[in-house]
Design a protein around this ligand. Structure first.
Ligand SMILES: [Zn+2]
Length: 278
């Protein structure tokens, strides 16, 4: 978290305000988030170049500079990336990690309460290596049932773990893995190599459906997530299982169960709707 829909929403909010512009007076307030780049090199690159492109890859925001260098921000648990159409208020600077002005009267801020997020600056070769290590984007047209099935091949891992494995498929984290598995009526602990072709087809459809709906709703706001303009998302209101352990299943009214046994994260499921072999 944030996952694909949240980062996509952030990007759609900030891209039009950044592309073609320049970071003026960038300031790095905490260097511990940097990976493989010094504060000096990062700030020099930001100062020197216009912003050529702003896009998402998996759960990361990518700000490509006209030099070709890409600043990759992984917001992880508590990071937020906002462009305000005004100057920052003092409380908005409180957890700021990277700050800059964007033209007249706009402010860019990457904030991170716990600073679990990271910032790196990749040249072409480093970018190629980075993106090659991540699986395909699940919402593209080329990503069909066949590609989905292929990405799940060769593992006995629980299907929930395989879905969240970024080297297999990009962008799915705990919220949307829970939701997609419930909608596909698949036990999250089911061994991936034991899914039937029909299971995989259903799961492919529910993964895409859930991600698309969540993008449309501006993402899910649980804890700190805000979109690129500072607003909360709304998909949390329609989540069927995530965060609903102990509450009645929206399909059959059975009490939903929560386990941490699959991957250490909270997995919430309905044993009746998602029981193995049901
Ligand atoms: Zn149920």
């Amino acid at each position: 978290m944030p996952e694909l829909p949240e980062v996509e929403t952030i990007i759609r909010g900030i891209a039009p305000k950044l592309v073609g512009r320049r970071f003026t007076n960038p300031q790095l307030l905490h260097a511990d988030v940097l990976r493989g780049v010094t504060p000096r090199r990062l700030l020099a690159a930001l100062r020197r170049n216009r912003i050529a492109r702003v896009f998402r890859r998996a759960k990361h925001a990518v700000i490509q500079l006209e030099s070709g260098e890409r600043m990759v921000i992984q917001p992880r648990m508590t990071g937020s990336l906002i462009v305000y159409d005004r100057r920052l208020k003092p409380d908005e600077r409180r957890y700021a990690v990277l700050l800059a002005a964007i033209g007249e009267g706009r402010a860019f801020v990457y904030s991170d309460v716990r600073r679990l997020g990271t910032i790196s600056l990749l040249d072409d070769a480093a970018w190629e290596a980075y993106t090659a290590a991540i699986g395909p984007e699940p919402l593209t047209d080329e990503f069909d049932t066949g590609s989905f099935s292929q990405r799940l091949l060769g593992t006995r891992q629980a299907i929930k773990k395989a879905l969240m494995d970024q080297s297999r498929i990009a962008g799915i984290g705990n919220i949307y893995a829970n939701e997609a598995l419930f909608r596909a009526r698949i036990d999250p602990s089911q061994r991936t190599d034991r899914l039937t072709p029909d299971d995989r087809r259903r799961l492919y459809r529910t993964v895409r459906h859930v991600l698309r709906q969540a993008v449309r709703a501006g993402g899910s706001t649980v804890r700190d997530y805000r979109d690129g303009t500072g607003r909360a998302g709304t998909y949390q209101r329609v989540l069927l299982v995530y965060g609903r352990g102990g509450l009645p299943c929206r399909r059959c009214r059975t009490r939903l169960s929560t386990t941490h046994a699959i991957d250490g994260r909270a997995t919430t499921f309905c044993w009746r709707c998602q029981g193995s072999g049901s």
